[in-house]
Design a protein around this ligand. Sequence first.
Ligand SMILES: *Cc1c(COP(=O)(O)O)cnc(C)c1O
Length: 333
Amino acid sequence: MNLARFPRIRLAHLPTPLEPMPRLTAALGGPEIWIKRDDCTGLSTGGNKTRKLEYLMAEAQAAGADIVLTQGATQSNHARQTAAAAARLGFACHLLLEDRTGYKDANYRLNGNVLLDHLHGATTEERGSGLDMNAEMEAVADSFRAAGRRPYTIPGGGSNPTGALGYVNCALELLGQVTAMGLVVDHLVHATGSAGTQAGLITGLKAMNAQIPLLGIGVRAPKDRQEESVNRLACATAEKIGCAGVVSRADVVANCDYVGPGYGIPAESTREAIDLFARYEGILLDPVYSAKGAAGLIDLIRKGHFRKGSRVVFLHTGGAVALSAYTGALGIF
Ligand SMILES: *Cc1c(COP(=O)(O)O)cnc(C)c1O
C-alpha cells in the first residue's frame, strides 16, 4: 500500500489527538477507554468527513470542476464539511438536504449544520424522505451541466473508495500513534452510517495486519445491510490501494442495536451517552452519530463484552455542532 500515490489536498489538522478518558473509565468500571479525537479535524468545527474530503476534493480539482454537489440529511455534518472545503478551495457548493426526521422546529431546520452551510456560502434545496438521494443529486448535476457548469458530485457521506482513503489514512495514523506510545489496543469502536469510515479503517487495519478488531455501531440500517455495505466498500477500497482480498467478510462487524426510534432521532441511551461524556470528560457528542456509537460502547461495557484489563479506543467522529439543532428533540429546554 502506498497512499502517497493518491492526490490529496490537506484540509484537516492531523494527527488528531489520542487521549485516555480516566473518569469515564472509572465510572463504567470496565476496560480502559481511550478516545481518538476526529471531532478535532479543524475544518468548520471538524468531524470525520474532512479526512474523506482531502481525497475527494483533490479529485474534484483534477476533474476541473467549478461546483461541488453533495447530499445528506438536513443536519448533515458531511454537507457542512463539504461546504467548508469548497469555500476553502474556491469551488461553489450546492447541497441537497433530505428531511429524514420530520422535525419542524426552527432550530432543527435552521440552526446547527444548516446555519454553517449558509455561512460557508453553499446553496441548498430540500427533499422529502425516502427518495434515492444520489439519483436526485445526479439529476441536479445534469441541470448544472446543461447550464454550462462543471459539477463534481460526492455521494452521501463521501462514501466511495476515494473518500474511504481518508480512513485508510486514519488507520495508518492511529497505528503510528499507538506504536510510538507503546500502547496495546484491543478494540476500536465508532459510529457507522454511510460506511466509508468503517470501510477505510478495516482496509487500513487489515492491510497492516494490525490485529485490532473493529466494531461499527450502526445509526440507521439493520445489521445485515450495514455489514454488507461496509464489506462491499472495503473490498473496493482494498482493490484501489493494491491490497485486493485483504478484507474478509468476517472482519466487518456492525452492531445496530442502538439506532433507537430511527436515523437522527435520539433514544434514551443516546441522551445518557451525551451526558456521561460531557460530565465525566468534558467532551461533546452529537445526537445522530457519535452518541449512538458511544451508547453502544457503554452498554457493551456494562454487559461485560470487553474483557476487564483490556483497552478500547472510541473514535469520536464529530458532529457536536448539531447539538444546537437538537434542543427540542433532546428535551434540553
Ligand atoms: C458521517 C458521520 C459518521 C458516520 O461515518 P460514515 O463514514 O458515514 O459511516 C459518524 N459520525 C459523524 C459525526 C458523522 O457525521
